[in-house]
Design a binder for this molecule. Structure first.
Ligand code: NAD
Length: 363
């Protein structure tokens, strides 16, 4: 598992305290053997150093598996994402990381392209910028959700599912969840449940994705959708479905609810949404779970393409090609060696990283 690999990082764990502005931030540069690290800035009141370290490692693996010339990093700003002083926090944070060229910030939960524009304005280094300043707005374009739908195309046959007509449940109807719903329904899948912090909405016959997207935009929550049953957030994981997509927070599937999961295939839209123990249980139950750093790599692939000044078309092409290729590669290894998909993916990523580390000066 990711946490057990000690020999590749983290290379820097930086605590930033801003007593005058009264907030605290964390930056972790995990590994830069493949190039400067790319990773999101999470803004949350309870983001911890441990969480940022785990997320930075996930980025190292994700960038390596995706074949990008980037290492893994991550940052956390401990603040309320709705704080009116958010821009001020971002600008101060940017100045503090100005000389940390090994870390290129991107968006994550609680941050968006506007936040990236503030960072870019301060230090000239950020990904997922607004279009007006030359960016490829990955959340608006739905890069990660698109990648999840491409991943589904390849993974479905391994879980004995036909994508056309497959029933999908999505936890978290934010940037990732909404785009996954859109692209999967375009491929003929049926979204039967979706949730956000207010609750979940279910209809075994399918939710109208366009209506749900409009309603989320207008009223702020999926629970206002009329043609379905409103349930508690956590009930979403028990939805009878073919494909389950956790696309919100870490560790949402664990020992307390893993036995109730009814899906045949899980695509990890969020980063580290399933505990290590629960991943093992899923494997024993015959539920295929494609790990985060394979399934949700669409966003970082687009971010890297933007950084390399490529077009939107080239970015979507790269997402499709790389995610399909890597999903196939790790699932072949998984079934051949009867190991967990995460073990297969980590083995491939680690091999690439260790090879690149051999080219570095030994410190
Ligand atoms: P977001 O803030 O746009 O959306 C998150 C959604 O999850 C919101 O709708 C929120 O209401 C919902 N949510 C939060 N807690 C919930 C809970 N307990 N139950 C149900 N819903 C809940 O964030 P996002 O950009 O969509 O990111 C979601 C996850 O995907 C994060 O783990 C992030 O690290 C990961 N991720 C995002 C990207 C990207 O491109 N944005 C790429 C890779 C991974």
């Amino acid at each position: 598992m990711i946490e057990e690999i000690q020999d590749i990082g983290p290379s820097k764990v930086i605590q930033l305290f801003f007593p005058v502005s009264n907030f605290h931030a964390i930056v972790v540069v995990d590994n830069v053997a493949l190039g400067p690290s790319i990773g999101g800035v999470r803004v949350s009141q309870d983001v911890s150093t441990e969480e940022v370290k785990r997320l930075a490692r996930t980025m190292t693996m994700k960038n390596a598996v995706a074949g990008l010339p980037h290492g893994g990093g991550k940052a956390g700003i401990i603040a309320d994402p709705g704080d009116p002083k958010k821009e001020h926090y971002f600008r101060i944070f940017s100045q503090a990381i100005k000389d940390l060229h090994e870390y290129i910030p991107g968006p994550d939960m609680g941050s968006n392209e506007e936040c990236m524009a503030w960072i870019y304005d301060e230090i000239g280094r950020a990904t997922a910028l607004p279009e007006e300043i030359g960016g490829l707005p990955l959340d608006k374009l739905g890069a990660t959700g698109f990648g999840l739908s491409e991943c589904a195309e390849i993974a479905c046959p391994y879980a004995n599912i036909e994508l056309k007509g497959a029933k999908v449940a999505i936890q978290g109807f934010g940037s990732v969840g909404k785009a996954a719903a859109k692209f999967l329904s375009e491929k003929g899948a049926i979204v039967v449940a979706a949730s956000d912090t207010k609750g979940s909405i279910c209809n075994p016959d399918g939710l109208d994705v366009k209506e749900l997207l409009d309603l989320k935009e207008e009223k702020g929550s999926v629970i206002h959708y009329k043609k379905g049953t409103v349930k508690k957030c956590e009930e979403l994981f028990m939805t009878p479905c073919d494909i389950l997509i956790p696309a919100a927070t870490p560790d949402v599937i664990g020992k307390d609810n893993v036995e109730g999961v009814k899906a045949k295939l899980i695509l990890q839209g969020a980063n580290i949404p399933i505990t290590k123990e629960a991943e093992e249980t899923l494997h024993k139950k015959g539920i295929l779970s494609v790990p985060d750093f394979i399934a949700n790599a669409g966003g970082v692939i687009m971010a890297a393409m933007e950084y390399a000044k490529k077009s939107e078309r080239e970015a979507f092409g790269a997402i499709s090609e790389r995610i399909k290729k890597n999903t196939k590669l790790i699932l072949e290894k998984t079934f051949k060696e009867n190991i967990l998909p995460r073990q297969a993916a980590e083995a491939i990523a680690k091999e690439r990283i260790l090879k690149a580390m051999q080219y570095k000066r030994v410190l």
